[in-house]
Design a protein around this ligand. Structure first.
Ligand code: HEM
Length: 202
């Protein structure tokens, strides 16, 4: 991949993912309630320690589904071909640089039914499988994201702490059923300001 530098790799992607997750929770109150109930049951008011993260299975699914809908590295994965390649009607010479459109791939209805719907259940144990390569928020192969496990851990900790404290909602003037346009600004960012309602969690 193009070397994004440690700052972009480690901070920007995680921060943007957390912003999109907060948005997804506000736009999907049922999923938010399920995730909060799990956080309360598993943590019982305690801080999310490393020993409990693997028990937050539904919360993890909400983060994975956020990364499917809004992969914060949507086209950062690049690969150069080592030999001439034929793909359908096209022939690409050796050393062609390919950019993988991860966000488009994540919205492919062949693998993800109603691809624009937020459905954490897609990542539940026993859910229908999708082919290797259909879901690539952290890339794949020898250059796969070095920080993917750290990223998932820090996102799960932050998400659990948000749910312990706050209830998230869309503001009444949010149109289009909570859809927010995206823009590629190094990472995938909201095209408009993200405005949310925040209340103490009850
Ligand atoms: C949600 C957060 C993150 C996302 C979505 C993300 C995504 C990615 C992607 C798509 C790649 C390219 C993989 C490929 O070409 O196959 C990558 C590479 C990389 N990421 Fe992440 N990343 C995240 C967080 C982190 C964190 C927290 C760290 C470090 C603490 C990190 C360190 C790296 C490094 C060092 C590489 C380059 C690996 C190589 O080229 O060998 N990333 N990341």
């Amino acid at each position: 991949m193009a070397d994004p530098g440690a700052g972009l790799a480690g901070h920007e992607t995680s921060a943007a993912t957390l912003a999109w997750w907060v948005w997804c929770m506000a736009a999907n109150p049922a999923a938010q309630a399920t995730a909060r109930a799990e956080v309360e049951r598993v943590l019982q008011g305690r801080a999310p320690g490393a020993d409990r993260l693997s028990d937050l299975t539904y919360l993890t699914q909400t983060i994975k589904e956020t990364l499917r809908l809004y992969p914060t590295a949507p086209v950062l994965i690049s690969r150069r071909s080592k030999r001439t390649l034929t793909l359908g009607p096209w022939t690409f010479p050796e050393r062609t640089l390919f950019m993988l459109p991860v966000q488009l791939m994540h919205h492919d209805a062949r693998w993800f039914d109603e691809p624009l719907a937020f459905r954490p259940e897609r990542f539940a144990a026993g859910a229908p499988d999708f082919p290797r390569g259909a879901y690539l928020p952290f890339g794949a192969g020898p250059r796969v994201c070095l920080g993917q496990h750290l990223a998932m851990a820090e996102l799960t900790v932050a998400a659990a702490m948000v749910l312990q404290r706050f209830s998230l909602s869309l503001l009444p003037d949010t149109g289009d059923a909570g859809r927010l346009g995206t823009v590629l600004h190094i990472t995938l960012r909201p095209a408009q300001p993200m405005r949310l309602g925040l209340a103490p969690a009850t």
